[in-house]
Design a protein around this ligand. Structure first.
Ligand code: HEC
Length: 104
């Protein structure tokens, strides 16, 4: 009997919803994680241009310009090409909402 109630308790635990931190991150962060290898985790550097806290419209416009080939032929042209406008918007909004650390 005791074993049965343990099994019942485990079944209830397994069916319980996951804690909040284990849920899917916002889509902007998932897309933005592709930028972390060069711009630092969460866009906080070290690396190229610190993206954390960058105004969303500025980041979005720069990505569009790079995607359109108006900024030369650097690395970022290829990186910007793989995103739709809506995805770039999500990425820009997500980076803009990140605190810009001043220590580095
Ligand atoms: C493989 C490395 C790499 C990855 C990945 C990468 N970047 Fe960059 N990024 C660079 C380099 C290098 C520069 C500076 C030179 C240049 O503009 O090409 C740069 C510059 C930038 C700039 C500044 C452009 C300017 O004209 O001032 C922005 C904005 C930017 N990246 C956004 C992003 C975003 C958003 C992502 C993810 C979608 C991303 N980058 C992914 C390497 C990378």
């Amino acid at each position: 009997m005791r074993l049965m109630s343990w099994c019942a308790a485990l079944a209830v635990m397994a069916a319980a919803p996951l804690p909040t931190h284990a849920q899917t991150p916002p889509p902007g962060r998932l897309l933005a994680s592709n930028c972390f290898q060069c711009h630092g985790t969460d866009g906080r550097g070290p690396g190229f241009e610190r993206l954390a806290g960058m105004p969303a419209d500025e980041l979005y416009d720069e990505m569009l310009e790079m995607r359109a080939g108006k900024e030369g032929t650097g690395l970022m042209v290829k990186h910007s090409m793989i995103y739709t406008d809506a995805q770039l918007r999500l990425i820009a909004d997500w980076f803009a909402a990140q605190p810009r650390l001043t220590s580095r």
